[in-house]
Design a protein around this ligand. Structure first.
Ligand code: F3S
Length: 289
């Protein structure tokens, strides 16, 4: 009997860095008894109810909208790994708020690219979902024309003004094959085009490993928040490879009886699942074996 835990289960580098930043900031503020500032995160730091509840207990408040930001006049605001538009930094600075920037360096790199390339007169194309916070953030660093596209149809109808140069980047979590397809469509238009593959390998690696574990086990457990889109995707991939796949948020959701008759169990977790939750599930599954 065997339990296989995916090495890539749980936080990616950028999310871990952002969550650690918040906990470090809490410690820092608590040690400053003279001038303890209120801590906010601009949007939930990760899609995980357990972590958000824990942070709220420690006094961290989530600013869920720009209006909520308008309503505060002091304190420290932590920017999450998705990053934000330039104008949000400007607004925070103008209000005299302390900014702690936990934007993932891979996302920050895209901000720098689009800022520079658009200043040089290029039309920026972001391949991704228009309403995703990361894409909204990237768009907010462009100084000039910008197009967000994610379907073949949108790529086919995309056009720019004559002689314009085009710079293409991608949302970090975009599917690589889809990105390639869309780039090929745009390249056929014979614009002067530079393509920067800014997709982050963390998601792909997690999915590839999860699939290969799911193919080799009798039952598979996927741990993550029910609202986390990357966990939902992970669940679909695992279920495609192993019919006995369970989607749980915490150990409480797991029905151990379902696992008693199996010989091998695989475990993976979405990018926003904390290590302690993964450990707890793993330890309890190991006990029944
Ligand atoms: Fe950063 Fe990649 Fe995670 S871009 S936030 S390390 S998925």
């Amino acid at each position: 009997m065997e339990v296989k835990l995916a090495k890539t289960a749980g936080f990616c580098f950028g999310v871990k860095r952002a969550v650690d930043t918040v906990y470090r900031q809490i410690e820092k503020e608590q040690s400053d008894v003279e001038d303890e500032k209120k801590i906010y995160t601009y949007g939930p730091i990760i899609h995980n109810e357990e972590v958000i509840k824990d942070l709220e207990k420690k006094g961290v408040q989530v600013l869920r909208t720009e209006d909520a930001l308008d309503g505060i006049s002091e304190g420290t605001v932590i920017i999450r790994s998705h990053g934000v538009e330039k104008r949000i930094y400007d607004k925070m600075e103008a209000k005299g708020l302390e900014i702690v920037d936990a934007t993932c360096p891979f996302v920050k790199k895209i901000h720098n690219i689009v800022e520079k390339e658009s200043r040089e007169g290029k039309h920026i194309v972001i391949i991704g979902s228009e309403d995703h916070p990361e894409v909204i953030g990237i768009k907010g660093w462009v100084n000039g024309p910008v197009t967000v596209l994610k379907t073949e149809e949108e790529a086919c109808t995309f056009e720019v003004e004559d002689n314009a140069s085009v710079c293409v980047v991608a949302q970090t979590t975009f599917n690589y094959n889809k990105f390639k397809e869309l780039v090929e469509i745009i390249e056929k238009k014979s614009y002067d085009i530079s393509v920067l593959n800014t997709i982050c390998g963390a998601t792909k690696e997690r999915q590839t490993e999860a699939k290969s574990i799911a193919e080799a086990v009798d039952a598979m457990i996927v741990i993550g928040d029910k609202h986390s889109s990357n966990t939902q995707k992970l669940f679909e991939i695992c279920r495609g490879a192993c019919a006995d796949t369970y989607y749980i948020q915490t150990l409480d959701d797991l029905n151990m009886n379902q696992l008693r008759s199996v010989e091998t169990v695989g475990i993976t977790a979405g990018a926003s699942t904390p290590n302690n939750i993964i450990e707890e599930v793993q330890n309890n599954v190991r006990i029944i074996f």
